[in-house]
Design a binder for this molecule. Structure first.
Ligand code: C2O
Ligand code: CU
Length: 460
């Protein structure tokens, strides 16, 4: 066999001719209805009186400024990179055109220090989203912010709303978990997974300095004012890098109305759990005057819960009442999308059966035995009904996120789904309706950095 320049071939195997990549959609061509500027820069965050660190931020705010858009409008966001490293922004959950998706070396060249990039997309569908850097471990500094696309006609009524950004707070520079080992470093008290990762590494998350609501530690909680009789909409965003939260509001049930931005039949629960990258909107009926804790506890960490205060106007009580009994927790099977995906009835055109696991030889995290970027892309074609089956061979949770598409898991339409540890399984379906190369990955940033990602590639 003759040498094929630039091609590696296995002995005696002739490479099939490379399938051609399908061309992605173009961003909207009309002028933007709204423009915004974000500047990624070094700055200080002060989550409580006696905690302040130098980190990286958007527009000197933490979390970054809320971008609030109207369904259907065209927005252009100019990102200026004043960091010393390269960066990008990913618009988590928004099914925009591939070139605007912000994944370095997959959908764009990273923006160099001193450079800028204009992201342009149509704000659709309506929902609660967020934006964040997609380079390295930058999300675990402070390069994140909420993105709200308001619906023209909400299916629920409410009197006021608050955005609740939950995060884990690292008071130093993020380090890949592979750089630390079970003998020290950031591992802290977490140790290996209960299933025995063999003391190889701390496989889940750094030891955080605390948990935050809207950038604040529990000793400095934000306060959400309400009036008796109001219906209050909360937009909960899990913008953390490695924390699944259990969320409750003392004295009040939550009526969940949206999952990952998509409307669901309103369903009432006392609490919900969500992983990095997931969002829930919930209505709280302010029918129980007092001063109450909104509390978000890490499922998997030792930090004190993140706290906000639900404060009825006119109440003078000093310290908020904590939630009492655990009550009933929302489960995925309670979620019924108001607009289920079309085109996923019947047998899929392609099914991917994938394991999620830790490497036995290294500190890598694997999807079906491979660690990104040394991993094969998954190829799909426009129009395909695609099914993904995930089986978690590790003891820890993996919040799996697909870029550029919503998918349907059971009756819920989502873009990020928690796969439970110890052989937990999740199956979801989607329609390949947005050509391009899209990342599919664990939204635990440390797992992503350690290889837990693949590219879904549209071919002709
Ligand atoms: Cu928020 Cu690649 O994701
Ligand atoms: Cu993971």
């Amino acid at each position: 066999m003759s040498a094929l320049a630039g091609c590696s071939t296995l002995d005696g195997v002739t490479p099939e001719s490379e399938p051609e990549l399908a061309s992605p959609r173009s961003p909207p061509s009309e002028p933007a209805d709204t423009t915004a500027r974000l500047r990624a820069t070094a700055g200080t965050v002060q989550p409580s009186e006696d905690a302040a660190i130098e980190t990286w931020l958007y527009n000197d705010e933490f979390p970054g400024p809320e971008l609030r858009l109207t369904e259907g409008e065209v927005v252009e966001v100019e990102l200026t990179n004043d960091l010393r490293d390269e960066t990008t922004i990913h618009w988590h959950g928004v099914p925009l055109s591939n070139g605007m998706d912000g994944v370095p070396n997959v959908t764009q060249d990273p923006i160099e220090s001193g450079g800028s990039f204009a992201y342009k997309f149509r704000a659709e569908p309506a929902g609660t989203f967020f934006y964040h850097s997609h380079v390295g471990l930058q999300l675990d500094r402070g390069l994140l912010g909420p993105l709200v696309i308001e619906e023209a006609e909400p299916h629920i009524e409410y009197d006021r709303e608050y955005t609740v950004v939950l995060d884990d707070y690292l008071d130093g520079e993020p380090q890949p978990l592979s750089d630390t080992d079970s003998n020290g470093g950031m591992g802290g008290g977490m140790g290996g997974g209960p299933g025995g990762m063999g003391g190889m590494m701390d496989d889940r998350r750094p030891d955080y300095a605390g948990l935050l609501v809207n950038g604040r530690l529990p000793e400095n909680p934000p306060s959400f004012a309400v009036q008796e009789g109001e219906r209050v909409r909360f937009r909960f965003v899990n913008a953390s890098s490695a924390t699944a939260f259990e969320v409750r509001v003392a004295g009040h049930p939550l009526t969940v109305t949206h999952a990952d931005g998509r409307p669901v039949e309103p369903v009432t629960a006392d609490s919900f759990v969500f992983g990095s990258g997931e969002r829930y909107d919930a209505i709280v009926d302010a029918e129980n005057p007092g001063t109450w804790e909104l509390r978000a506890a890490a499922l998997d960490g030792n930090e004190p819960p993140a706290i906000a205060v639900l404060a009825y106007e006119g109440e003078t009580e000093q310290s908020p009442t904590a939630p009492s009994s655990p009550g009933q927790q929302l489960s995925y099977s309670d979620l019924r999308a108001l607009s289920p995906l079309e085109g996923i009835d019947g047998e899929p055109d392609r099914t991917f059966d994938l394991t999620l696991s830790a490497s036995r030889e290294s500190t890598e995290w694997l999807i079906d035995g491979q660690a990104y970027p040394n991993a094969d892309p998954f190829t799909i074609r426009e129009g395909d009904h695609v099914r993904i089956r995930l089986e978690n061979h590790s003891p820890v949770l993996h919040p799996m996120h697909l870029h550029g598409h919503f998918f349907q898991a059971g009756d819920a339409v989502k873009d990020t789904v928690l796969v439970p540890g110890h052989m937990g399984e999740v199956t979801f379906d989607f329609v390949a309706d947005n050509p391009g190369s899209w990342l599919f990955h664990c939204h635990n940033l440390y797992h992503l950095e350690a290889g837990m990602a693949r590219v879904m590639e549209y071919v002709e």
